[in-house]
Design a binder for this molecule. Sequence first.
Ligand SMILES: Cc1cc2nc3c(=O)[nH]c(=O)nc-3n(C[C@H](O)[C@H](O)[C@H](O)COP(=O)(O)O)c2cc1C
Length: 379
Amino acid sequence: MRARLERDFERFRQELPADLAGHVRESYRIDLTARYLGFTLPHPIGKGSGQLSLNQEQLETDRAAGLAFVVLKTVIAEDAAGARAMGAWAIHETRMRVEKVRSGSGLDGWTVTWQGRGWDRSFDDYLELVRVAGEMTRGGGMVAVPSAKYHLPKVDEDFREGEYRHTTGRLAGAWGGDFLPLEKDFSPTLAGDALADERERILRWLREVPRLIRAGSGGVPVRVALKLMNARHGEPFQLDMVRAARGADALVCFNRLWSEVRGTAYGGYDLSDRNLRALEAVKTARLEHPPVSGTGNISSGRMILEYAKLGCESVQLHTFFQLPLSEYPATAGSRTQRALHALLFHPSSGLIAGLLDLEQAGRIHRRDGELRYLDVTAS
Ligand SMILES: Cc1cc2nc3c(=O)[nH]c(=O)nc-3n(C[C@H](O)[C@H](O)[C@H](O)COP(=O)(O)O)c2cc1C
């Protein structure tokens, strides 16, 4: 199998097989089936919300590459009159810098430096994209899910329910079908904002937001994923947030770190170190919580498995889809294809190699002759 992996890695540098998961199952007897927000996925690798899911063309490219799912850029909620409490998040900024970053533990990774925030075009434009996403999902091409940021009040304030109703209702109408899947973003820029100064305020948001979103959909069932921030209140607070978010259907853990000094969000190994420590604490505490999708500095199949061992049933990447082309071992194809090639087939750092190692170490076992990705998350 190792020799076969070497061969596949070489021959797929040019082009990936059309049915990635099918190929892996047939060649290695490995079932990569994964889950995100109630969807069963052919493999665990998806794209996190951001600048790489702004239009139909990007979605088509990702579908053609074989990505399992995509979360659309975060839209800023509005009420029926077009008023947006979180309007400060809808700013226009196109310039992104992809840079190397060294972590506190001395490891070199990548980060994207960017001053932008949420969707900066009209809500109607966003609804057009959501329509395409719904059709693509139901057509079986690729799961594509919208993301929104709604009004978040201070402790003594009420939620602006008009925003929740108007935005959720229109998203449900545009996505179509008989339910709406939706991520609610608590972003690093929010973590760095005075709004997130108080712990009790954040915990109240996490407790109440899923219900408010569901109540605002005009009767359409909503599956709500809460994408949790890395708050500035120390690591034990990450656990308190997970506890408070029990009412969600899924959690995305955890969005980028906030640098007070530079006034920007960042990633790299500081992010994955912190996320994995927090997820480990959640596991050790045996907290009951919704299924988790992992995010943060995922740049190899081995890193996917670090998140999987702590329960992540899928993963969402952003930075790894933005690297200079010279960083990918593939020599042709879109960045998404090149990333998938490295993540899955790299003979030492890829997901298949990592799963074979876990088998060798006795950590997972073949059932009916097959190794299963989801067995890692349950072990
Ligand atoms: C330029 C950029 C823009 C992003 N925009 C959003 C966003 O609008 N909503 C959101 O939920 N996450 C956003 N993210 C966070 C990513 O989806 C992802 O969770 C995070 O960057 C950690 O993954 P990574 O280390 O692979 O980049 C953004 C990230 C980057 C780098």
